[in-house]
Design a protein around this ligand. Structure first.
Ligand SMILES: C[S@@+](CC[C@H](N)C(=O)[O-])C[C@H]1O[C@@H](n2cnc3c(N)ncnc32)[C@H](O)[C@@H]1O
Length: 249
């Protein structure tokens, strides 16, 4: 049970819907018959119950309850199947990278890029990494302003990576890698920056402390590290509470 609860929420949500569906199919095999609307209602109720059991939060439970009704509404709609496939592929290619890490795609403001600049020492050979670089804004900006440093962005979503890669193509000191930030060895960087979500922060901080050299710097955009006090906090423009939290390793 605790193993199931440790699955990423999206997999737990799928599991809840699949188990609810399997349960209803089993009842039909036993001879019960449900009119379509009752089937949808039962699917929603069972999915909600199983989602709570699997430890999903209120937002997920709400989505679980509405999903069967949405499927029912779209079931007979004259929408060709390839439209769904295209939508799914588009979403996966732009947002897939953050699905398991539970990090959406949004961007730091230009004000944050400017303020990051003050936090990146101006010295030849300095190495900076943006862990989950999105469309590559911070990497491209810093690479232009600090021609003697090396600026690396890592991005897991293929289309997002492609946009960042194209954006940095003409910059000789910027590299955009496709892949997971968890596979990046942070030992080779003087400054690591991340704008992710609260979920991966404890694990990411443990990785930074394990791998980064003493004297290097870890910057989190907006998200705190539980039980750690940042050495400095710099407010930046953007959503409410946007700020850079600076941790000296
Ligand atoms: C909030 S955006 C930040 C974009 C950019 N760093 C900025 O400050 O504007 C987070 C990005 O991290 C990416 N991401 C999430 N999990 C990742 C992972 N495990 N490995 C690499 N990239 C990841 C997402 O796809 C998304 O593009």
């Amino acid at each position: 049970m605790s193993l199931l609860r440790r699955l990423p929420p999206v997999l737990r949500a799928l599991l809840a819907q699949a188990l609810a569906f399997a349960g209803l199919v089993a009842l039909v095999r036993l001879g019960l018959r449900f009119p379509p609307l009752l089937w949808v209602l039962l699917q929603a109720v069972l999915a909600v119950f199983l989602s709570r059991w699997l430890g999903l939060g209120p937002r997920w439970v709400f989505m679980q309850a509405t999903l069967p009704f949405l499927v029912r509404v779209l079931w007979g709609a004259p929408i060709p199947a390839w439209v769904y496939l295209l939508l799914f592929l588009g979403l996966a290619l732009f947002f897939g990278g953050g699905l398991l890490t539970r990090v959406p795609l949004y961007h730091a403001s230009e004000d944050a890029w400017e303020k990051l600049e003050d936090l990146v020492p101006d010295r030849p050979g300095l190495r900076f990494v943006d862990l989950g670089c999105g469309f590559g804004g911070p990497v491209a900006h810093l690479a232009r302003r600090r021609p003697e440093g090396v600026f690396v962005g890592v991005e897991a979503s293929p289309f997002t990576w492609l946009v960042a890669w194209l954006r940095c193509l003409s910059l000789g000191n910027a590299r955009i890698r496709l892949g997971s930030l968890w596979r990046v060895d942070l030992a080779g960087f003087d400054v690591a920056y991340a704008f992710l979500s609260p979920v991966p922060m404890p694990q990411l901080w443990a990785k930074a402390r394990r791998e980064m050299k003493s004297g290097s710097r870890f910057i989190s955009h907006s998200f705190e590290i539980p039980n750690e006090t940042p050495h400095r906090v710099i407010p930046v423009k953007g959503r409410d509470g946007a700020r850079l939290l600076i941790f000296e390793v």
